[in-house]
Design a protein around this ligand. Sequence first.
Ligand code: MOS
Length: 743
Amino acid sequence: MTERMRHGASIGQPLTRRDGPAKVTGAARYSADFHPGGMLHAVMAVSAIARGRVTHLDVAAAKAHPGVVDVMSPENAPALAKSPDEKDNPFAFRLDLLQNGNVRYANQPIAVVIAETLEAATEGAALLNPRYEAETPSVELGGETIFTPDSVGAGSPTQEGSGDIEAGFASAGTRMEATYETAAQYHNALEPHTSVAQWDGDRLTLHTPTQALWIAKGRLAGLFGIPQENIHIVSHYLGGGFGSKGFISSPQILGIMAAKLVGRPVKLVTRREQMFGSVGHRAATRQTLKLGAKADGTLTALDHHTLTLTSRHDDFVEACGLIARHLYASEAIATTHAVSRADIGTPIFMRAPGEASGSVAVESALDELALQLDMDPLELRLKNYAEVEPITHRPFSSKALRECYAQGAERFGWSKRPRQPRQMRDENGLRVGWGMGTATYPAGMMQGEARATIRADGTALVETAAQDMGQGAWTVLAQIAADGIGLDGDRVELRIGDSDLPNGGLAGGSTGTATSGSAVHAATQGALAALEDLAVNDRASPLYGAGNAGTVAEGGRLARRDDPTRSESFSDILARAGKDSVEAKGTGAGDPASRKTYAMHAHGAVYAEVKVDPDLGQIRVTRLVGAFAAGRIVNPRLVRSQYYGGMIWGVSLALHEHAVLDTRSGRVMNPNLAEYHVPVNADVPSLEAILVEEHDPHVNPLGIKGVGEIGITGTAGAIANAVWHATGTRVRDFPITLDKLLG
Ligand code: MOS
């Protein structure tokens, strides 16, 4: 038996990104950087109406333009083996692939122009001059019949609760009720959705950014009626994903169809304004929080109702209520969701889906309750600290939230916060406010596989179809592999981002490292076991007969556990056995029994300082301190980077991001990064993320929880609470902009 794992040699080191040099020198090739010989450029034309159908496209004018090769429209689009409305996965998009002339939302693809140059394709698309039969769209939250969905988020129950909520309110000395609204946010990763597609008969080679290579491969196989083995997807580097690249979207597939139509390789890059339609968004919500508490702050009732909207043709429902199911203890809890349909592109997972929007409402409400109770907001949260998961009463696999609260508060200086608002000003007369919020996100896992090969030259190869969308998979999987095998990281070759490799699971739902990392670890242990077998059964090996004592792998050698002076290098073992290598496959998946017994979540506490101009209402976040506990930290540098990214999105949710839909036309009125505001450096002056120690023996063998999404949760609420603390004005309509503050 080999050592299960060695601690700390590589795991836990703040290594810089392995892919960093390739990225900063431009050697890293993103999907759009691939140019197969004979490649054409495709540009989508998208709908200017939100509901109706296309009655005419001036295909002749587009085709007459020099350089235009063809125009793909419902007239000639390749037929598909499956309806694009058929789902092979309940969370996959229903797609818009030019199989008819219907328009279901603004910015829906209605044609694709294929040309020798990008300029010609762009011009051709402009010449199509579509005419429509338009119907009146409805895009408002609650504007159509409100109904109860079958499930929310990734298949969670629509309603869940515990205790007698009416009795909880009846016994409450203090009650509060408030309604919070969050705006629609549209997916805008720096790298837009792209395809570089090449067909060779019924074999497809595709460069496209995806967070889930195997899921994408499966969907494409179904749509095109070809075996999965015929599809090779390369996705080495992604310029962000955030959920919009979890499931393959219409633009990516239209590029593949265009390549099929013209019989040449085709590149299609979604234009920035086209991101506001078919690639998913975070739906607007209206959330009503009703809280009941005793005079000492003990919650007797916590009722969280979410109204959101989904597209007319699909089912994704933002699961805001999840957060209230596992965050605070309360005698009674009720969480419910309702939804109405609208003529919009289908909403989809967006970083911390459910929890991000849900958290801003819950954390604001707790703050409002604290004021009514005349309690410190942190004290109120500690008063209702959940020792076991509310509703299910399962123990937590680990939970260092108390330490997060304490370390964050200490670092921030929370104890100096005046209870009442409008008490602090800075030297320039700006109002200063402090607020806090709790962060939490589930520590989920998918199932993934990896293959590890130990080679006779003393190096190792580790392969898994994991995806690095910027979170650091290239680095942390190599760290896990290096420790698993007992080699220095520079002797470990890692291959990821290729659909021909073993299924590495999804880079999403904060499950990536837990899943593919566990698979990598398991594979390395398998490969070591194979190596050990060779040695301990060979009389010529110093390890002969070590079977019972076992061996330890370190520095490219296996040593007897009971006598480390007796050791042999990996190379010597393989050489004597006459082998070039040994390899093994490993699976990473949650243990179903543990996952039933324990509630698994990461936690954190975020403290925010804002300054508000008393005359102009201009809001600046001046300090953000987050303290997070998420099990074993594989790489503190990259984990911090994930927390910072999440926290910055919290700033965005609280103060910036807002897709404005014109209720008459159904169109997004600010489909560009000039008018659709996201925080820039000047909006985020000082960030701090504290890594709170936490050991989790249950989540997975390495004790890893995800870190990609938790940073948003807590942060947006903390900022909203700080704005109130600075001004005494409670804005419940997000983002909080200066007009709302002054109005
Ligand atoms: Mo995340 S929203 O699952 O990429």
